[in-house]
Design a protein around this ligand. Structure first.
Ligand code: AHM
Ligand code: MG
Length: 345
């Protein structure tokens, strides 16, 4: 029998095989995931060209200025819309780039799925050639009528039927889950196919990495400050000190920690208690991936991310995500310090 490493499996073949093991599946989700893979290829091609455009003297859509970053965001947003709007698989979309929900144009048929996405996360990294990513989340329509509504978009993460991301790094990697494990595919640009490279990803239960933007730590609540200070103190029994790794590009930071083990934190601070990251477009889909790989994702206040019911499209939420034992440890440490502060007050 060939092993996974010797067998060439395209994403199409893999998704189809997954579908055939799901009784009663209509194939619509399968096709929707193909569409995501197509959009990923279109965006990857443009991301890979981004640094060359100025050298080659092209004008228009992309250049190497701050403006270009915005334009590549817009390009990715538009590419996803153009791949998705006419297929009859979706009833509504939502994008981090759009203030309101994105209806399916009236002339096209409507489907039973909702697609939420961050078209190009971490785009401030484009000019430095660091990794950036696309994040997506798929829900089933829950309201009556053909058109999707805001209510269809505002569902708890636990109701996602699929979620994933595309990381545009040295290679382009697509990672997704439909609730049956997490699988990763690497794009071979010479044949234009995503090939199975990371079957059934399991995140280590404990890691040596912590990731957060410590620049804002002076504005964090004291319990978080103390936790990060504690991570730096040597103690072999608790695997300290830990190493810090932070790109500032969520997909890249998340993907590294998923494979190597570790914890990523974006807590709230005095200026922005809800943190920076968006529940629907960034946090919920990554939390589904994380849990499916054996990790945990919480808000640092005793709530599992996937249980939070959103009340607004662009709602932000504090995030603590990563290896199970690391997140357990962080929660326990922070809760104990908070309790201590209450006692002292
Ligand atoms: P964006 O959606 O505007 O790209 O912002 C999200 C990004 C994430 O990729 C990353 O984790 C975070 O912002 C970094 O923020 P900071 O610069 O505050 O560390
Ligand atoms: Mg984003």
């Amino acid at each position: 029998m060939p092993t996974h490493s010797s067998r060439l499996v395209t994403i199409e073949r893999f998704i189809l095989d997954e579908q055939s093991s799901a009784p009663g599946a209509s194939g619509e989700l399968t096709n929707l995931l193909y569409d995501v893979a197509l959009a990923a290829k279109i965006i990857a091609r443009e991301v890979n060209r981004a640094g060359l455009v100025d050298i080659l003297g092209e004008t228009g859509d992309i250049n190497a200025t701050g403006d270009s970053v915005k334009k590549l965001d817009e390009y990715a947003d538009r590419a996803i819309f153009r791949v998705m709007d006419h297929t009859g698989r979706l009833c509504v979309m939502g994008s981090e780039e759009s203030k309101e929900i994105i209806p399916i144009p009236q002339r096209f048929p409507k489907g039973k799925y909702v697609l939420l996405f961050d078209p190009l996360d971490g785009s401030s990294n484009i000019d430095s050639n660091a990794s950036i990513g696309t994040i997506f989340s798929i829900h089933r329509k829950i309201t009556d009528g053909a058109d999707g509504t805001l209510e269809d978009c505002l569902q708890a993460g636990s109701r996602q039927v699929a979620a994933g991301y595309v990381l545009y790094g040295p290679s382009t990697i697509l990672v997704y889950t439909t609730g049956h494990g997490v699988h990763g595919f690497t794009l071979d640009p010479s044949i234009g196919e995503f090939l199975l490279s990371h079957p059934d990803i399991r995140s280590p239960q404990q890691g040596k990495i912590y990731s957060c933007n410590e620049q804002s730590s002076c504005d964090w609540e004291p319990a978080f400050q103390q936790y990060v200070a504690w991570l730096k103190q040597p103690d072999a029994a608790t695997h300290r000190p830990r190493s810090t790794r932070y790109i500032g590009s969520l997909v890249g930071d998340f993907h590294r920690n998923l494979l190597y083990g570790g914890i990523f934190m974006y807590p709230g601070n005095v200026k922005r208690p809800e943190g920076k990251l968006r529940l629907l477009y960034e946090v919920s889909p990554l939390s589904m991936i994380c849990e499916q790989a054996g990790g945990r994702a919480v808000d640092g206040f005793g709530n599992r991310i996937l249980d939070i019911v959103p009340t607004a499209l662009h709602q932000r939420v504090p995030l603590v995500i990563g290896s199970k034992l690391d997140v357990d440890e962080a929660e326990a440490f922070i809760a104990a310090r908070r309790a201590e502060q209450v006692r002292k007050a």
